[in-house]
Design a protein around this ligand. Sequence first.
Ligand code: 13P
Length: 286
Amino acid sequence: MPVVSTKEIVDRAFADRYGVGAFNILDDLSIDAVLAAAEEERAPVILQTSVKTVRAYGRDRLVAVFRAMARDTTIPVSLHLDHCPHRDVISECLDAGWNSVLFDAHELDVADNLEQTKEVVAEARRHNAHVEGEIEGIEGIEDDIGSDEASRLHKLEVAVDFIKATGVDVFAPAIGNAHGQYKRPPRLDHQRVTDLVEATGVPMALHGGTGLSADQFHDLIARGCAKVNISTAIKESYMRSALAHLKEAEAKDKWDPPTLFARQRESLVQTAREHIALFGGSGRAW
Ligand code: 13P
């Protein structure tokens, strides 16, 4: 299956009310593992990259590895740029072939954010690519972007106007969700998702997926959260499986990198599969 547009992946999920897992990948090992998980679940999947990952791994290397691995899969897959406040990085990723971008300009006032998001949408269209928009910060710092302070919330009409005026394909509402592990059980504004979807007909992206309950996922997906972001669970799976392996290696004084990579891959496949199944994405590949 060739790489397909993020819009097609999200719109189909929105129409049939399941969630597509959008997993923050870090390198070739995690790309391979998430694709394998989606393949085993026969599910469409979105691979997303933080700006930090684009810079650390290298834009061209990342897209080359993604393309080479995606070519061998038989499920629909797309590449998305997660929270990016930098217009130059947005342009570079669109030029390089990312399928969609989240232009995260929530730190600007809404009028400025709206004008710039319109420009990003026009730029993305020239690349046959799509845009996620945001006007309120999602609490929690993710890969050096964001803040631990809860962001100012805007009236529903402001968000609806932003979505309609910019023509964004997906919108990321702040509903009490947060990046990272939740320090206390989150109280989410489920109704805001319904209100936004009813007023705009546009699918929502659920940020801060790690640590939400099955009931929360199911309800929010039913209301229109068609893209479900998972980053922290991927990072922890990657690092904790390595830590467990390295402790054993040290105890045995046996140092074999390929068995470390295999253990990490197995852990990541399991983590991604569990989330895909939880979101109702299994068996939805076309
Ligand atoms: P978590 O880190 O809580 O999984 O959130 C991921 C996310 O929303 C990425 O934008």
